[in-house]
Design a protein around this ligand. Structure first.
Ligand code: AMP
Length: 422
């Protein structure tokens, strides 16, 4: 068969899939400690949701969406990111009318028709959080602390946190003018995308990854001189809170989210030494998004992190995730006539919460031991002729390389003492 997975998508075979599961467990645990609840939304949505929330002028909407018509001719898009769906669900189910803030997390596959390379896929996985219904700088600081704590839990210390404020639409009126004045003399030398961006949204020129544009933009006016008193104070408070709890950051006036509903705090986390795709997570405030999607105005903030990139970062940093042993016990039955006894013990151990398996293909003892080893079993429980006759079993500890024989009714307690209570 020569049908392969589509370009930019991946299969997660056992081993790697377990790393993803473990990664998520660690992340979700931390988010729950912070008081976030899970929200699950569909993987596809009406295209309009993304054109309105992500923004018509963005690369995601212009070039990267998986969009198709369904059988009734409705335009459908595989979600390229999570915020839009979360805010849609928030409004659709009238959560806006409940007490605020709402603190939700989500995870799952996202789809972008990007150019695949290391750390950049067409189907990739994100974990993200959104907080709706509070403008307090404490919420900005909380969300950033959560992101940093997740990295700490994972054992990643070689990160840089970039922080900025993009102000509010009012601050940006003057800032836009200042940027356009700055850009005008060399506008024709910018890349074609940026030449268009100057009129639509000059802030997005700051975000261009083209080397030529970056060189030309080396001395742009920073936004800080243009923040209104309210945004300025909000930004100072966020910084003071981060400093109070010892979170290190770098101010990065070039970190922008170009659209009007993105306001104030913006941040991005980079891991050093993992190549070009070093951004493992990013987010910011979007005080204008809820009203853009039809709700009454309500502030929001969130972040998303790329799980594949986190796994790459863990591998390259040599951080070993403590993966659970694959099996607690593997049962070896040496005679097919005794299969029922093996099967009964297997069921009993599984009912007690132990991860257990057995051979189903009538292998000999040696081959069964090899299989147990391959499956990462901590203990091997042998039911041979003698054991069956005497109502015992022999348990071999594969880590400590010793074994002992005991009455069958002691097996459960023995397992508990060796691998803990499940
Ligand atoms: P964004 O939604 O663009 O702010 O992305 C948030 C995070 O998702 C990034 O920091 C990356 O870690 C990850 N990410 C974004 N696009 C991709 C992609 N095409 N492949 C893998 N990870 C991605």
């Amino acid at each position: 068969m020569n049908i392969k997975a589509p370009r930019g998508t991946e299969d997660w075979l056992p081993g790697r899939s377990e790393r993803l599961r473990r990664l998520l467990d660690i992340i979700v645990h931390r988010a729950q400690l912070y008081g976030y609840d899970e929200v699950i939304t569909p993987i596809f949505e009406h295209t309009e949701l993304f054109t309105r929330s992500v923004g018509e002028a963005t690369d995601i909407v212009q070039k990267e969406m998986y969009t198709f018509n369904d059988k009734k001719g409705r335009s459908i898009t595989l979600r390229p990111e999570g915020t839009a769906s979360v805010v849609r669900a928030f409004l659709e189910h009238q959560v806006q009318a409940q007490s605020q803030p709402t603190k939700w997390y989500y995870h799952g596959p996202m789809f972008r028709y990007d150019k695949p390379q290391a750390g950049r896929l067409r189907q990739f996985h994100q974990f993200g959080v959104e907080v709706l219904g509070s403008e307090a700088p404490e919420v900005d600081a909380e969300v950033i602390c959560l992101l940093i704590d997740i990295l700490r839990d994972l054992g990643l210390t070689n990160y840089e946190m970039h922080l900025n404020s993009v102000g509010c639409p009012e601050c940006r009126v003057e800032y836009r003018k200042a940027l356009i004045n700055y850009i005008e003399p060399f506008r024709q030398q910018l890349c074609a995308d940026c030449q268009r961006r100057v009129d639509i949204n000059p802030l997005r020129v700051l975000d261009c990854k083209a080397v030529g544009c970056q060189d030309l933009m080396s001395d742009y006016p920073p936004i800080y001189d243009y923040l209104c008193p309210h945004c300025n104070q909000h930004f100072s408070q966020v910084q003071a809170l981060l400093e109070t709890v010892g979170v290190k950051y770098e101010l990065d006036p070039g970190l922008v989210r170009g659209l009007d509903y993105y306001t104030q705090t913006a941040f991005e986390i980079h891991i050093k030494g993992i190549g070009a795709q070093s951004a493992v997570g990013g987010g910011g405030r979007y005080n204008g998004l809820v009203s853009e999607l039809g709700g009454s105005p309500m502030p929001g903030i969130g972040f998303a992190m790329g799980l594949e990139r986190l796994l790459i970062a863990l591998e390259l940093s040599g951080v070993a995730m403590a993966l659970a042993p694959q099996l607690d016990a593997f049962i070896c039955v040496l005679d097919a006539h005794n299969a029922r006894q093996g099967f009964t013990l297997l069921k009993e151990l599984r009912d007690a919460g132990f991860r257990c398996d057995q051979d189903y293909n009538q292998r000999g003892l040696k081959a069964q031991m090899r299989l147990a080893d391959k499956k990462g079993a901590r203990l091997v429980i042998i039911l041979g002729e003698d054991e069956i006759r005497e109502g015992t079993c022999t348990i071999r500890d594969m880590q400590e390389k010793n074994q002992e024989t005991m009455p069958r009714d002691q097996v459960l307690n023995y397992l508990k003492s060796r691998v803990g209570t499940r």
